[in-house]
Design a protein around this ligand. Structure first.
Ligand SMILES: C[S@@+](CC[C@H](N)C(=O)[O-])C[C@H]1O[C@@H](n2cnc3c(N)ncnc32)[C@H](O)[C@@H]1O
Length: 294
């Protein structure tokens, strides 16, 4: 059965549709039915019809940026894999988009394989997440879809090795999902943004899962890790996507507040000298003639 129909069997999904979707303009809901039946994959993403909207939207953005930057292969990362639902979903989306954009990809998941570690203190939201939550349910390397890999172990250790190997690669990091719940784990994940500038697209689409509750705050959890990351004296800054809500058809979705870019400010595309020979942009002035005619 189609993935979307399977999701529709869950009451939680109907609650979300009621809250996020049905209050949107009737005309957009009507058009989205037509898009669902006749639209291509990217149109479906634009109308939030591909399951796991933040992944569909974010991975599509990463492919778009890669196309613009002439990159042949991108790396998509999920920190916090649990039983693999997110990783499999990423794989489905990326395999479709890869054909559309003619860009190759590789998906890497990081997880302990044993569920959540021990929280250190209040900053890890121990009232929400606890040691042993979200076990991997015996997910193995051999169960994974093509072009997909999981690196098991504490992110603090496994990321270091991954980074060492990455520096020899041609592919660029284009999408990162951080779904590790704790402040301490998120802090470890964000080290992915402190490596050689040539490892990335000029901006990396970044999704933070655990910032969606009304009591998530900048003194704990993922939001605290982002604050501390941005306070560092570095040319990498993590910022919420600007005006995202106003550019989407459906504006009530919670994920719109979870989408960020890690801006690689020292990336070569941010260097004025490479743009000097570009064609100049010329703006016309239609009001000049109007005023002259008065
Ligand atoms: C909420 S679950 C991930 C859910 C998954 N992204 C999905 O969409 O189904 C969080 C995961 O983060 C992993 N995790 C948290 N902190 C970690 C750390 N420091 N090292 C390795 N894994 C960690 C846990 O093992 C857990 O499986």
């Amino acid at each position: 059965m189609n993935l979307l129909f399977l999701k529709l069997l869950k009451p939680r999904i109907w609650k979300r549709i009621y809250k996020e979707r049905l209050g949107e303009p009737f005309i957009y809901n009507l058009i989205s039915i037509l898009v669902y039946i006749f639209g291509d994959f990217i149109k479906k993403i634009n109308y939030d019809l591909v399951p796991r909207h933040p992944y569909a939207f974010g991975i599509n953005e990463a492919f778009k940026i890669a196309k613009e930057e002439n990159i042949n292969k991108i790396i998509l990362i999920e920190f916090g894999v649990a039983a693999g639902a997110g990783l499999f979903n990423m794989s489905y989306i990326a395999s479709k988009l890869s054909k559309i954009y003619c860009i190759d990809y590789e998906i890497i998941g990081f997880d302990s394989g044993e569920g959540m570690p021990e929280p250190i203190d209040y900053r890890d939201h121990p009232e929400k997440y606890r040691k042993g939550d979200f076990p991997s349910l015996l997910l193995k390397e051999s169960d994974l879809p093509k072009k997909c890999k999981i690196i098991f172990g504490s992110i603090q250790d496994t990321l270091k090795k991954f980074i060492r190997d990455l520096e020899k690669k041609e592919s660029k990091i284009g999408f990162v999902s951080v779904d590790v719940d704790y402040y301490t784990s998120t802090k470890e994940c964000l080290n992915i943004f402190l490596i050689d500038k040539d490892s990335y697209l000029s901006k990396v689409v970044t999704y933070f899962d655990d910032i969606y509750m009304v009591d998530h705050n900048i003194y704990c959890g993922e939001l605290l890790a982002i604050e501390e990351f941005n306070d560092k004296d570095s040319m990498r800054k993590i910022c919420k996507m600007n005006q995202l809500r106003n550019t989407r058809v459906f504006k009530n979705s919670i994920y719109l507040d979870q989408m960020f870019f890690c801006h690689i400010l020292d990336h070569k595309r941010r260097d004025p000298s490479i743009w000097v020979n570009e064609k100049k942009v010329i703006l016309s002035n239609p009001y000049r003639k109007l005023l002259n005619d008065l």
